[in-house]
Write a protein that binds this ligand. Structure first.
Ligand SMILES: Cc1cc2nc3c(=O)[nH]c(=O)nc-3n(C[C@H](O)[C@H](O)[C@H](O)COP(=O)(O)OP(=O)(O)OC[C@H]3O[C@@H](n4cnc5c(N)ncnc54)[C@H](O)[C@@H]3O)c2cc1C
Length: 330
């Protein structure tokens, strides 16, 4: 649905400027995981990454599925970044120093969703989740305006103080010292907060503090963002919630899809939806579905490309030694 790129793993963001649908603060595990989904959905996605990193302190990753011998952290981080870039994210090595509402003259507190706090606003089923832009300022002097920000920094949230919402933080005392922390209760299960357009992912939002659960949570919050973005673009929420990112074998496709698509749209739109709106949604949904089915030859092409991309991250000397050992064995 609403996929604007014909191939799902396209090259880096081609917007050319600093015009992003979402800025993700943090490129550890949860940030790139979310960005892979948002970029593949067609959102212009920027990941800013520099500063304290939980992952960088891990000595060796032995429990992330898919790596039977474990994986060293620098290689894992490089793979996460390369994957996010291949999906279309723009990765910038820069540290965020403040996130605040762009000055519109409104009181920031007025833009907090009290009733729909920590979740989708059911009163406003088809309403969007954004309300004006954020201004993301960085150590290197960038000032990026964006309607959505996702926080994916486990260890640093000082830059959120500029949003002026005390409910975000809790203060605890230990042995006469007080410390201020980001309150994970501020975030709902899907990563939304009571500030429209502000999302939080990873252990900071209360998910289990492991790399794989952080990646999984990043994906969940990525889907929340995509749903809200589609609603902002005129999709009924029921339809936006039906977005998925699967690839299927073309030979398994049946003609029923065409009928399913129309029925799904007609079930989801309000009764007074115009024919024009219905046709636009059906056409977009069909285009999305078409891109999800790939023929066998394309599976083969992607398999080779995927293997090569993995090899790019392995030391040539290790590859050569492996080939020599295999030749000796034969
Ligand atoms: C010592 C140690 C060992 C661990 N060992 C394991 C293990 O063996 N297995 C396992 O599964 N998990 C392990 N973990 C937990 C795992 O590292 C975390 O659960 C996971 O990294 C959290 O991912 P994240 O992306 O949310 O945060 P992080 O990994 O902390 O990534 C956040 C990213 O944001 C960037 N950043 C921070 N502040 C800013 C800012 N202001 N602006 C821009 N960018 C910013 C950082 O540079 C970093 O790249 C370990 C953690 C520690 C501390």
């Amino acid at each position: 649905m609403a996929i604007e790129r014909s191939e799902h793993d396209s090259g880096p963001n081609d917007s050319g400027g600093d015009d992003y649908d979402i800025v993700i603060v943090g490129g550890g595990v949860s940030g790139p995981s979310a960005g892979i989904y948002t970029a593949r959905a067609g959102m212009d996605t920027c990941i800013l990454d520099r500063g304290p990193s939980s992952l960088a302190r891990c000595a060796y990753l032995a429990n992330y599925p898919g790596f039977p011998g474990g994986i060293d952290v620098p290689t894992f981080r490089a793979l996460c970044r390369a994957h996010a870039e291949a999906a279309g994210c723009r990765y910038i090595s820069d540290m965020v120093v403040s996130v605040r509402r762009e000055d519109t003259g409104d009181d920031d507190q007025d833009r907090i969703v009290e009733d729909g706090a920590n979740g989708e606003d059911d009163e406003n089923e088809d309403g969007g989740r954004t309300s004006g832009n954020f201004l993301v300022e960085t150590a290197d002097g960038r000032a990026i305006e964006t309607p959505r920000v996702m926080i994916a920094t486990k260890d640093d949230t000082t830059y959120l103080e500029a949003l002026n919402d005390e409910a975000m933080f809790v203060t605890e005392s230990y042995g006469g010292e007080t410390a201020r922390y980001f309150d994970s209760e501020y975030v709902d299960d899907d990563g939304r907060t009571r500030v429209p357009g502000l999302y939080v992912t990873g252990p900071l939002s209360g998910c289990l503090d492991q790399a794989i659960t952080s990646a999984g949570h990043g994906a969940t919050v990525g889907f929340s963002v995509i749903t809200d973005w589609l609603v902002d673009r005129g999709y009924p929420r029921a339809l936006a919630r039906g977005y998925w990112d699967w690839l299927s074998k073309a030979k398994t496709r049946s003609d029923d899809w065409t009928e399913h698509t129309r029925a799904f749209v007609e079930r989801s739109v309000p009764e007074d939806a115009s024919d024009e709106r219905i046709e636009r949604l059906v056409a977009e949904l069909r285009a999305h579905t078409d891109a999800l089915f790939i023929p066998e030859a394309e599976v083969t092409r992607r398999t080779r490309r995927g293997h090569r991309r993995l090899l790019e991250h392995i030391d040539d000397a290790v590859i050569e030694a492996y080939l020599d050992d295999r030749a000796d064995d034969e």
